[in-house]
Design a protein around this ligand. Structure first.
Ligand code: 5GP
Length: 192
């Protein structure tokens, strides 16, 4: 059995990665999206084990020490990490896997898994990005400033990615993502 492909969707906070990923798995239900662990508090409506595994800092650090993370990073003052076993098991069973993680995590994974593909999702402009972060209504002004600053730094990393998607229109951006994923996981010589 061929092993699955690992696609890492990354890019600035507020670029709409989460929306694109939700729509993507709706349209490609065979993709498996990894559920990350985080020390940040749940937002209203978020569920443990579905949106994230919400851990205390002590629990998170214990898992770091026991090597349970494929990657982990501090983002906007909280810790986030991808649980290794769940991802490796799916890949070994031939499933294509999506990680929706920040650029620090994306580059850690690329070093460990050379067949991974990095996809950068960006908003059409920085004004647009700020509007999206504000409209989400989940953060204080101080948190918004931190997120905008991180986003500006992250925008500079675009050139290190395998593919860049501008999230100007969700259905169009999802079509582009699907085309890219298919071009990697179903290359022409795999066809009957
Ligand atoms: P949020 O708090 O808005 O859900 O996520 C904040 C940032 O953390 C986003 O850029 C998101 O992609 C990133 N993130 C989510 N899960 C992980 C993870 O497991 N590892 C890393 N490195 N970043 C993550």
């Amino acid at each position: 059995m061929r092993s699955g492909h690992l696609f890492i969707i990354s890019g600035p906070s507020g670029a709409g990665k989460g929306t694109l990923v939700k729509e993507l798995i709706h349209r490609l239900p065979d993709l498996w999206v990894s559920v990350s662990a985080t020390t940040r508090l749940p937002r209203p409506g978020e569920r443990d084990g579905v949106d994230y595994y919400f851990l205390t800092l002590t629990e998170f650090e214990g898992r770091v020490r026991s090597g349970e993370f494929l990657e982990h990073a501090q983002v906007h003052g909280n810790s986030y990490g991808t649980l290794r076993t769940a991802v490796e098991r799916r890949l070994a069973h031939g499933m294509d896997v999506i990680l929706e993680i920040d650029p620090q995590g994306a580059f850690q994974v690329r070093k460990r898994m050379d067949r991974s593909r990095l996809i950068f999702v960006k908003a059409p402009s920085s004004e647009d990005l700020e509007k999206r972060i504000r409209n989400r209504g989940a953060e204080t002004d101080e948190q918004i400033r931190t997120r905008m600053e991180t986003s500006r730094r992250e925008m500079e990393l675009e050139g290190n990615y395998d593919h860049v998607v501008i999230n100007d229109d969700v259905p169009r951006a999802v079509d582009e993502l699907i085309d890219y994923i298919r071009s990697v996981s179903e290359p022409p010589d795999d066809q009957p």
